[in-house]
Design a protein around this ligand. Structure first.
Ligand SMILES: [Zn+2]
Length: 149
């Protein structure tokens, strides 16, 4: 998680993670490489995805983007946040209060990264490929051009 992480790509990661949780109950990605041009997220999984499933994920992520949900932050104590969220991807030395990033009522998770103000700013979401190996599902994705504000 670098400081120069692209806000559009990283916000897409939030939406994709919640979409994966809702569709497959697989948890959020345990590893992510977020870059400006293309990104990838890795999930613990038990099989490859079908083409129909890939299309379904893409459609649902784009519906959330088009709904232009506000991306907001709220703060809570480490204990309170640990009761409600998985903190394991936050750095150990993150200071309290913990920042929780919400995407409308679709997603909420602790995060220190940069985000768009609302989901339409993410632009068109496209899955380049999804591969499965040794219990790891890797989803590679790209974004279309940033929409005009
Ligand atoms: Zn984030």
């Amino acid at each position: 998680m670098g400081k120069q992480m692209d806000p559009r790509m990283h916000s897409a990661e939030h939406v994709l993670n919640q979409t994966m949780v809702r569709l497959f109950d697989c948890g959020r990605c345990f590893s992510a490489h977020i870059e400006k041009k293309k990104s990838k997220c890795d999930y613990h999984f038990d099989r490859p995805l079908t083409e129909a499933e890939i299309a379904h994920i893409e459609k649902q992520v784009n519906e959330v983007i088009e709904a232009d949900l506000p991306v907001r932050e709220q703060y809570m104590s480490r204990k309170e946040s640990a009761d409600r969220y998985d903190l394991h991807r936050l750095p150990e030395d993150v200071e309290e209060p913990i920042r929780i990033v919400t995407v409308g009522d679709y997603d909420a998770c602790p995060c220190i990264g940069p985000h768009v103000k609302s989901t339409r700013a993410i632009g068109d979401f496209r899955i380049g490929s999804a591969s499965f190996e040794n219990g790891v599902l890797r989803i590679r994705f790209k974004l279309g051009k940033a929409p005009r504000p």
